[in-house]
Design a binder for this molecule. Structure first.
Ligand SMILES: [Zn+2]
Ligand SMILES: [Zn+2]
Length: 353
């Protein structure tokens, strides 16, 4: 099969013929119809802190926001059939460990991050393998298109889990979103659907316009104001109730925390780059004095997908609205490179393999 393969950290991905994935007893092979290109792929490609020790070798395949059609089914799989149209959470879980049994499969003790660990080849190729299929496979409602499916990928469901399950959120709250890449724009759209007032923060007017179209009521261009948190606090008359760092650099993380009103909640979605090395210093005394909460959040537990599907079905959420462009597999390398300078807008999705 054709795939865009890893050739070294920071080196362009190359299109190559590689062997098809082999099906194991509890898994399925899926033919890729669409796959989002995400900043997590970029982090792994760059060799950033969380990924540098994982030891990706030449020939690895990234890609963790796929949707497609099941083409091979392992002997022990009971509930997935050939021909099923499916999506998968990027944190593949065994479904049996203590966190999985407690409803937190995004934190599975044995999780396999699709395409983001050497032992799991991802979906920047014509086919990909999904282990523990009965637990992980998410069957798609008939009226959800491949692009919507890919738009749902990690960023949309990550933002949904963060805002809906991790934060205490109420209609009328002020929600600040720092960084309007794919995960940030998803957060803007979802927070708007939840009835909150969203302030979008970014350096690029184009991304702020995208955010406004998705429901942000106010925008702040961080390159044009001296005090970003001060601006957010002024707009929201005292500070955001919930503030999201959707990027993960030191500046957006601290800006987000400092944007909060008393008893506000900070949601950390973005992972740091090699510059932060996994750590960011925070205004600790202010966090104590204002009783701020700092909440880390990753992915979404598999059993909760239906909440998103029901909101899509009733027209409250539209994952395709966050998709900015469709591209071919051959363009994957250039799209990843464009992320280095934040030149991509919204979510690019590969639809031609
Ligand atoms: Zn588990
Ligand atoms: Zn992702």
């Amino acid at each position: 099969m054709r795939a865009a393969v890893f050739t070294g950290h920071g080196e362009p991905l190359e299109i190559r013929e590689i062997p098809d994935p082999e099906v194991e007893e509890t898994g399925v092979v899926v033919e890729t119809e669409a796959c989002g290109i995400c900043r997590s792929d970029w982090h792994a490609w760059q060799g950033d802190p969380l990924w540098e020790s994982r030891g990706f070798e030449e020939g690895h395949v990234f890609g963790h926001e796929p949707a497609g059609v099941v083409v091979e089914v392992g002997d022990e799989v009971e509930h997935v059939r050939e021909g099923d149209r499916v999506a998968v959470p990027f944190n593949l879980a065994d479904g049996t460990c203590p966190p999985c049994r407690n409803g937190h499969s995004n934190l599975c003790d044995n999780r396999v991050p699709l395409g983001l660990a050497p032992e799991s080849k991802g979906a920047f190729g014509e086919r990909f393998y999904v282990p523990w299929a009965d637990f992980n496979i998410v069957p798609l409602p008939d009226d959800v298109s491949p692009i919507e499916m890919a738009g749902l990928g990690c960023r949309f469901m990550t933002s949904f889990h963060a805002l809906v399950h991790q934060a205490e959120i109420t209609a009328g709250d002020w929600v600040a979103v720092h960084g309007c890449g794919g995960v940030g724009l998803s957060a803007v759209h979802i927070a708007d659907a939840l009835g909150t007032n969203v302030i979008a923060v970014d350096l690029f007017d184009e991304k702020l316009e995208f955010a406004t179209n998705l429901g942000a009521v106010e925008t702040v261009n961080a390159g044009e104001v001296a005090d970003v948190p001060g601006e957010v606090r002024a707009i929201s008359d005292g500070g955001a109730d919930i503030s999201v760092d959707a990027l993960g650099i030191a500046e957006t993380c601290r800006n987000s925390v400092s944007s909060l009103r008393k008893r506000g909640q900070h949601l950390q979605i973005g992972l740091t780059s090699s510059q932060e090395g996994g750590e960011v210093s925070l205004p600790t005394d202010t966090m104590v004095a204002k009783e701020l909460r700092f909440i880390g959040t990753i992915g979404m537990p598999r059993p909760r997908y239906n909440e998103i599907f029901q909101m899509i079905e009733h027209g409250k959420l539209d994952p395709a609205a966050v998709v900015s462009e469709t591209v071919s597999l051959a363009q994957t390398a250039e799209k990843l490179e464009a992320m280095t300078d934040f030149e991509t807008s919204g979510i690019p999705v590969i639809t031609e393999f």
